[in-house]
Design a protein around this ligand. Structure first.
Ligand SMILES: [Zn+2]
Length: 86
């Protein structure tokens, strides 16, 4: 493995910022590259992306309430399944 590549743990933390468009430059490139080569993190990014869309549609605002995101994340971690598609 290339030492310059970021780890899953780091990627998972960055994915949310990435989806919010808050990453720029190298950080963004690193996350994109990681997602492109890691099915687990790719699944997670797809899940998070859908989740954000869902919540956005529901509340009609552009920010997911922090409490909700935390609860869903906990649920997600409990299941330990990064490939949830429902
Ligand atoms: Zn990964």
């Amino acid at each position: 493995m290339d030492l310059s590549e970021i780890e899953c743990e780091q990627a998972l933390r960055q994915i949310e910022l990435y989806l919010d468009g808050e990453l720029a430059g190298l950080e963004r490139v690193d996350v994109e590259r990681h997602i492109g080569g890691c099915s687990d993190c790719y699944g997670h990014s797809q899940f998070m992306s859908r989740l954000k869309e869902m919540l956005r549609d529901k509340c009609g605002c552009h920010d997911v309430p922090p409490g909700v995101a935390e609860r869903v994340r906990a649920l997600f971690a409990e299941r330990g399944d990064p490939s949830i598609t429902a």
